[in-house]
Design a protein around this ligand. Sequence first.
Ligand code: ATP
Length: 634
Amino acid sequence: MTSPPRNPTLLRRPGLVVGTAGLLAVLVLAVLGPWVWGDQAAQLSDSTRAAPGADHWLGTDALGRDVLARTLTATRLTLQTTALATALAASVGLLLGGTIWLSGPRVRTAGLRIIDVLVAYPALILSLLVAAVVGPGPTASVLAVGVAGSPAFARLTANLAGSVAARDYVTSARMLGVPKHRLFLRHMLPNMAEPLLVLVSVAFGTILVTLSGLSFLGLGAQPPHFDWGSLLSEGLRELHTNPSQALGPALAIVLTGTCAGLVGDAVAAGADARSSGVRVLARSTDETSAPAAGTGADSGAGVLGVRSLTVSDAFGTRLVDGVSFDVGPGEIVGVVGESGSGKTLTAMAVARLLPTGLRTSAEVMRLGDLDLHGRPEARRLALDLGVVFQDPLSSLNPALRMGTQLTEVLRTHARATPQEAHERVRRSLVRMRVADPDELMRSYPHQLSGGMRQRAMIAAALAAAPKLIIADEPTTALDMTVQADVLRLLREAGRGGETAVLLISHDIAVVSSVCDRALVMYSGRVVESLDTSALRGGEAAHPYTRALLSATPAAALALAPTGGGAPPDRLATIPGRPPRPGLRPAGCAFAPRCSHALDLCHDSVPAPVGTGTGTAACFAPVTAPHDNAPEDAR
Ligand SMILES: Nc1ncnc2c1ncn2[C@@H]1O[C@H](COP(=O)(O)OP(=O)(O)OP(=O)(O)O)[C@@H](O)[C@H]1O
C-alpha cells in the first residue's frame, strides 16, 4: 500500500511552474526590496531624468532617484495592499454568499438579484466611489477595492452552494442532522474551494490593476510612500522626456498579474485532472468466499411498518398511491418494478429524503418505535436508518478522507470518541471483506474503485447497527462482477444481525436471488408481495409479476430447476407502457396490458388478497406455476 500520490498532471503543467516561480520571486522581492534597495530608492541625485545606463538600468526620475530601485522597493507595498484587498474581497464575498444561501428562499432570490447588479457595476467605478467617500490613501483604496471585488465572490459562493447542496453527500449529512452552518462550512465549502481559488487568483490580478489605477489617479499610496501604480503615474507624466521611467512599474504590474493568472489556470486544470485519478487501493478478500447460509426471515414483528403511504406532487397527482408493507428484523425485502413505478419515492419517503415539492401522507410510517411521519428526532433517525445511494462517488464528499466521513454518524450521534468510531467502522469494513481498512480510511473517495466505495458505504451504514438500511439500486453504477460481490455482502450483512434491508432494484433477478421477500410495484402501487422462494419456484400470482419474470433472462433461467421448463427461446417483453401517474386508469393500472383482465379490472382497484405465498392485488390471480413460457406476452 502506498500513500496517496501527488498529482503528476499538476506538476507537469508549465504554466503552474512559471506562474508559481514568478509569484515566489515577487514575494522574495517584497520581503527584501525595501531593505536592499530602500535607501537607493530615496537617494536624490543631480542626474535627473537620466536614460537607462550602467549606473541606472531603468534610468532616473525627475528628482534623480533610481527607477529600478524604486520599482523593486515598491513591490512590498503593492503586494501587501493587493493581498489585503483580495483577502477582504474573498472573505466579505464568502460571508455574503454563504449568508444568502443559508437564508430563506425570498431573501436568497432578493440577495442574488442585488449581487447581480453589483457584479455588473464596474469595480473601478465602485472603488472610486468608496475611495471618494473614505478619502485617499492605501487603507482607503484597500477597503474600496476589497468591497468592490466582493460581489463576484458572493455570487460564485451562492451559486456553488446551490449546486453542491443538491449532491447526495450533502443530502446524507442533512439526514444525519448536521446543522446548516456546519453543513456549509464542513461539507460544502471544501467542495467549492477549487473554483473559489481560481477566482482568488484571477481577482488578485484584477485587484492589482485596480489598485494601481487608484494610485495612478492619486487616490492610493500617498508620498512619501509609493507603489507600482504611483510610480507608473510619475513615469507616464515623463513619457515624452524619459519613456523608460514607466517601463519598470508597467512591467512589474503586467508580469505579476500574468503569473497570478497562470497559477489560476493551473489550479482550474488540476481540479479537472483530480477527478479522473482513480486508484484501486484495497483488494477484496471475498473472491473465494461462499454465500452465508440463509436465516429464516421473521416478518411478523415489523421493524418498519408502512400503511397507506401516499406521495403526491404539487398538483396533487399521486406518484405513490396507498402503499402498505412491513419489514421484519434482519429481513431483506426487495422493491422491484419498471422505471417510474414509485420504488425510489417510496423508499425516500421512508428515509424522509423526498425532493422538495412532494407531499407525503400515511396512516402509519414507523421504524421500531420511531414515528417517521411526525418529526423524528434527527439523532434517532441517523442511528436507526442507514441509506446507501446508487452512485457511491456522488454520495461521498470528495474533499474529506473516507475515515472522516465513515465515522461521522458514530461521532455525531452515537457520541463515540474518534478512536471508538474508527474501531467500529474498521470492524465493519473487515466484515465487508476490505483487506486493509486503515488504508481505505486514510484515502479520499476518488482514490478508490467504485466497488470499494460502495463496500465502504455499506460498512458505514452497518457500523451504527441501524434497524434498517435502505439501499437504492446500490450496484447499478458498478460493473457486473463487482455487482455480484457487493450484493452478496449486502445479503450477508443483513442476515448477520438484526439489521433489515430494503433493497430497491429494477431487476427481478437481483431481488429474487438476494432478498427474502419481494414487493412488486406497478404505477405507484404494490401489486404483489411474495417470498422470493416462491418467486424462484414460479409461484408468482400477479400477471404483472409473471410478465416481469418472463421479460428477465436471468430470472427465467433461475426458474428452470424448480419451474421445470426450458429457458424461453426468445425474451418476452411486456406489451404497452405503464400509465403516467396523472393518467392512471380507473381500475387496476395494469389491466390495459394484462391478458387476464376481467371487465371488473377496468372499473375497480383490486385490494390485496392472500395467495399462499404472500398477497396479490388482483381480481384474477394466476395459480398455476410459472413455466417460463410467458402467457401474458404470447
Ligand atoms: N420530484 C418529482 N416531482 C414530480 N414527479 C416525480 C418526482 N420524482 C419522481 N417523480 C415521478 O414519480 C414517479 C415515480 O418515480 P420513482 O423515481 O419513485 O420511480 P422508480 O420506480 O424509482 O423509477 P426508477 O427505477 O427509474 O428510479 C415517476 O412517474 C416519476 O416521474
